[in-house]
Unconditional design. Sequence first.
Length: 210
Amino acid sequence: MIDDESRPVVVLLAHPRPGSFNHALAGRVRDTLARAGRKVCFHDLYAEGFDPVLRAEEAYTSGTRAEEFLAAEPDPLVRRHRAELRDAGGLVAVHPNWWGKPPAILSGWLDRILVPGVAYRLDDAGGAPEPLLSVRRLLVVNTSDTTEERERTLFGDPLDAIWRRCLAPYLGEPSVRRLVLRVVADADQQQRSGWLDDVETEVRQLFGGH
C-alpha cells in the first residue's frame, strides 16, 4: 500500500465565473498543497468543459455488466477523472451553496465519476455496496449567503448531509472537514483575506505542511 502522503489530492472547483472568490479559495488550496509537497490533480470543472450530463446508457448502479460497460467510457476527460480518483488519498471540493446543493456541473461529476467499478461494487441493487476508493481525507469549502442560524433552523444544512453522510462512505470513509464561509456577498476584502487564511490553515491541518 502506498503511504497516504505520497498519494495525490484531487481538487475540484465548481464556479462558473472566472475571478470568483471560489476561484481564489481553490487557488489557495492548490498552492498550499503544493508547498506541502503533495501532488495535486486540480480541476476547474467549468474551464475544462466537463460534461455533467449522465447518458441513458451510463445510468447503471449494480452488476458486473455495468462495470464492464462503464469501463469502456469513450470520454477521455471522464476516464481521466475516474483514474485520478482511484489513486487519490485526498479530495477537496470548493463550491457555492446553491439551493442546498452543489452546482449542477459538480452534481454531474458525482453522477459520472462515482460509478460501479470506480467508487463501489454492488452485485445486486438491493445489497450493500463494497467501497473501492480509499480517499483518506475530504475537505469541503462552501461559500454561502445564508446566515448560520437560518441554515440550521430553516434548511437543516443539506450540503453537510450530502458530503458527510451520503458521499463519504463511497469515498472510503475519509476524515471529513467542512468550512462554510458566510455571508460572502456582504464580505469586504479584509474578511475575504481572513477566509483565505482560514482555508490554508484547514489544508495544512488535514494534509500536512508548514
